[in-house]
Structure formats: C-alpha cells, structure tokens
Design a protein around this ligand. Structure first.
Ligand SMILES: Cc1ncc(COP(=O)(O)O)c(C=O)c1O
Length: 394
C-alpha cells in the first residue's frame, strides 16, 4: 500500500477548537450549559430557524422529532431506502413502520411520486434525506405532506450548509435534524441539532432530550437552579455537553469557508472526471439550490468496464486512496427483509445507484495535490480496465 494514504475523511480541527475545549475544561462545567446554549443560538441564526435544540446525535434529533410529531405504534412513516440505518431505525424505535421508497431515476434522493404511491390511511409522516447534501424535491414533498396531512421531517445529516430555492435547509420544514458526527461537514465528534420554527416542538424536544425533566433540567446544579425536578415523560438521555458544544461553536464559524472549499473540490472533480465516459458524475441539483458537497458519489458505468465496483475500490486502496460506499439501501439489509418483508428488486433505482457507487474523499483540508492524485488514480484504473470493443469481430 502507498505510504502517503489519502484517507476518506480528515476532520478540520484547529487551535480554535482546542482553545474552546480548554476554556470549558477550565470552567469546570463540562455537561450541558451556557456553551451549549450559545451553540444553539448561533446555529439557529446560521440556518435561519427560530429554535435549535442541541443533542448528542442526528439520530436523537430524529427521535425527538418523531416524538414531538406524536408518531407511535401502528403508524407508518415514509423513508427512502437509499439512506443510512438511522433514518428508518428511529421509526421502528417508536413502534411504527418504516415504509421504504425508491430514489428518483438517475439520482439518490427519495422519489416523491414513489412516496405518494405508498401513502395509506396509517401514514403519518415523511422523513426525507438530502443525500450527499443535494437538496431533495422539497416542493413536491411539502405538497404531498399538505394533501395527505403528513408531518415532514428533514434528515439533514449531510446538508449543512445547503439551501433550497434560496432558503437554508433548517429553516423550511417543521423539523430538520443535523449531524455533527466525525465525518460530517462540521463536527463535534458526536452530536446533532434539531431545528424547528415551532415553539411547542422546541420545548418538547428540550424536555425529552434530558430524561423528560420539565424546565431547564441542566440548571439544577447551578447557583440559579433548585434541587426540585419533575419528570413529565420517559425522556431520552441525549443532551449535548458543553465540551462538545465548544467544538461546535468554533466549527460553525468556519462552516462557510469549509463549504467553499468543498464546492471547489467538487468542481475540480467534475471538470477532471466528468469527461471520462465510464464515470457518471453525481447530480448537482437544480440551479436555484445549493449543494453542501458533504459527499462526492461517483457511479461507475460498469458495463463499459472490466472491473467490479468492489475491485475498483480495492485498487484505489492499494494506490493509497480511501473511499466509501454511501449507502447499502435499507431493503437489502437482513432486518428490513426479516421484519418488514422487503426483498432485492423492490427499489430498482436505489439498487442501481448502490451497485455502481463509490464516494471519493472530499474535505476542506485536502490539498490540491491530493485532489489531483485522487483524480489521476481513478483515471489510471479506468483506462486500464476500459472494456475494449473489437471492431469487426463476429
Ligand atoms: C443520512 C443520515 N442520517 C442520519 C445519520 C445519523 O447521524 P448521527 O451519527 O449523528 O446520529 C447519518 C449518519 O451518518 C446519516 O448519514
């Protein structure tokens, strides 16, 4: 293996993050407190939502959204098959049924037409995902949600910052859940945020993220707090500690600069690799939207290549390039087959995208040299493995 391995992801962490963590350590207030409040305030201002509730993961933010929307046993929730496990697992956690939907032909995001066909009298919500950071067709989904009286929840784990028709993702729907997992566009190591414009939802989520304790539960150990507390429901333990929020505050200040570099790299990839016939570039979305470029998902035109996707990934690895696959559609996993009866062949567009996809490294700290090396390695493999057509062969 090449010595100078270009990893699939490397978080951009600077002195600002280290100093912010040190300040929290020095303050001796490590768990949820004033720095988390600051992060919530800054985040809401950044995405343009009225409220933001900081939690320990995007998964928790989705759980809190489903709780606030009142989703429970017997309900159905529409979810794309082409997503990460968390998007649908949270539905099952509530005793509801995740109803999987196919992707748009040629793309990764949920197909609103397919979703519409799967609505029943039990359908209560749609969880949509802006896959890779490409805003999905929110207009069509909002229209479907309105017509069928469904809640619309955005899983925006990949979509900070992205915008739909000039509006930041996070400011549009009833609920938007963000992730600050280690590989995301800004990170706190682990972490998430629920953005909403609805005061009642924000209050409910704040209570349910910390044991279901009414009021500002975290304040009970401060000089302003009281020992008395009331549990109003069986809440989660999903609060974000100040130690991580400090990293979040510092990262958020850099979110625009990070985004600019991601856009640059995606542009370089598109220019360099887009001219290679055997490679299909990721969709950019419509011109009035802005993509976060959390992921750059290439699709191989495997019919024109004498190499499988798996061997392509192995060859990149042998040449010092880390990649990943986003995602194995949910209906291909044992849980969804055993419990919900899904089968291979159920969602042809999702399967087609999955069978040919490879995510290339894309992150702000990548040097131009690294970007060039990724491209030249990809090109070398394609050129070597190009399927030769024998002219005149019988
Ligand atoms: C689409 C999607 N939704 C949700 C999640 C869960 O995020 P977290 O790890 O912050 O819970 C992920 C994580 O990768 C994801 O890719």
């Amino acid at each position: 293996m090449a010595a100078d391995f270009i990893s699939f992801h490397r978080p951009s962490i600077g002195l600002e993050e280290s100093e912010a963590v040190q300040r929290v350590l020095n303050s001796r207030w490590l768990t949820t407190g004033p720095v988390t409040q600051q992060f919530e305030h800054d985040f809401a201002a950044y995405v343009g939502s009225r409220y933001a509730v900081a939690v320990n993961s995007c998964t928790a933010a989705l759980q809190l959204a489903l709780d606030a929307a009142g989703i429970g046993a017997g309900d159905e929730v529409l979810v794309p098959s082409y997503t990460f496990a968390a998007t649908a697992a949270v539905v099952a956690h509530r005793g509801a049924r995740p109803v999987l939907c196919d992707s748009v032909p040629g793309g990764f995001n949920i197909d609103p037409m397919d979703a519409q066909c799967r609505v029943t009298s039990r359908t209560k919500a749609i969880i949509t995902v802006h896959l890779a950071g490409e805003p999905c067709d929110l207009n069509a989904l909002q229209e479907l949600a309105r017509r069928k009286s469904l809640h619309l929840i955005e899983d925006a784990a990949h979509a900070l910052p992205a915008s739909y028709r000039g509006k930041r993702i996070g400011s549009i729907s009833e609920f938007t859940a963000f992730s600050f997992y280690a590989t995301k566009t800004i990170t706190t190591g682990e972490g998430g945020m629920l953005a909403t414009n609805n005061e009642a939802y924000a209050k409910r989520a704040s209570v349910m993220r910390l044991h279901g304790i009414r009021g500002d539960a975290w304040k009970r150990y401060t000089s302003e707090g009281s020992w008395y507390y009331e549990v109003v429901d069986a809440g989660l333990k999903a609060n974000m500690p100040d130690l991580l929020a400090a990293v979040g505050v510092a990262q958020l200040k850099k979110a625009d600069a990070f985004h600019e570099r991601r856009c640059q790299i995606s542009e370089i990839y598109r220019r360099g690799l887009g001219r290679i016939e055997e490679l299909e570039m990721p969709p950019t979305g419509s011109a009035d939207n802005s993509h976060s470029w959390h992921l750059f998902i290439l699709r191989l035109r495997t019919a024109s290549l004498e190499i499988t996707r798996s061997d392509f990934i192995n060859q990149l690895k042998e040449n010092g390039i880390g990649t990943s696959v986003h995602f194995i559609p949910l209906h291909l996993h044992p849980y969804y087959q055993l419990i919900f009866g899904y089968r291979r062949g159920d969602f042809p567009h999702a399967e087609d995208a999955y069978s040919r996809c490879v995510s290339l490294p894309i992150y702000p700290d990548m040097t131009d040299c690294e970007v060039e090396r990724v491209m030249s390695t990809v090109e070398d493999i394609v050129v070597k493995k190009r399927r030769r057509v024998l002219v005149g062969a019988i």
